[in-house]
Design a protein around this ligand. Structure first.
Ligand code: HEC
Length: 156
């Protein structure tokens, strides 16, 4: 009997691993981004460099920096705006002050929806890569390490 059970459990584990590894930009993130982020981060929004020159003006127009392609989105995960996605979308459960990032709210209309979509983003970036570090150290937070960066998945 155990001979039958063991292989099938192994199969289940493999299936679960494949599912977790399978979050992609095209299949999961793009539709989510279109529904929840595109209104303020779409093609009409300024690139971060332009945004930072007139942040107040853009914020009054409800425009955040542009992230409307795969390349423009991973800019806010790995480099140069290292960890921005992780800091802004975090649900706050693992941070010192317990506060969610200020974009977490936009992940959904209900707590449940926000948690579901948060998990999708986190799986996409990589569970082990989800930290709040910037490229350079700031305050008591050290800068990101190459080892940490190498855990980023962001599958296309
Ligand atoms: C209602 C408009 C609006 C929506 C919807 C919105 N954002 Fe934003 N976002 C902004 C504005 C404005 C800023 C710039 C002000 C700030 O930094 O808080 C910003 C900033 C950001 C930043 C920081 C960029 C930087 O300067 O480093 C990230 C990352 C981000 N948003 C991600 C998202 C994601 C992902 C979603 C969808 C889940 C989203 N936002 C939904 C308006 C929005």
């Amino acid at each position: 009997m155990s001979k039958v059970i063991i292989p099938s459990l192994a199969g289940l584990l493999l299936a679960a691993t494949a599912m977790a590894a399978d979050v992609t930009y095209r299949k999961d993130i793009r539709p989510l981004w279109e529904a929840r982020c595109s209104a303020c981060h779409g093609a009409a929004s300024p690139y971060l460099g332009d945004f930072l020159e007139h942040p107040r003006t853009f914020m009054q127009q409800m425009q955040g920096p542009r992230m409307d392609t795969y390349a423009d989105l991973i800019f806010f995960v790995g480099w140069p705006d290292t960890g921005a996605i992780m800091r802004r979308l975090d649900d706050g459960k693992n941070s010192k002050d317990g506060k969610p990032g200020n974009m977490y709210l936009f992940l959904g209309a209900t707590d449940e929806e926000r948690q579901t979509n948060f998990k999708v983003f986190k799986a996409w970036v990589g569970e082990d890569a989800w930290n709040h570090k910037r490229w350079d150290a700031r305050g008591d937070m050290p800068g990101v390490t190459k080892e940490e960066l190498s855990k980023i998945k962001v599958k296309y």
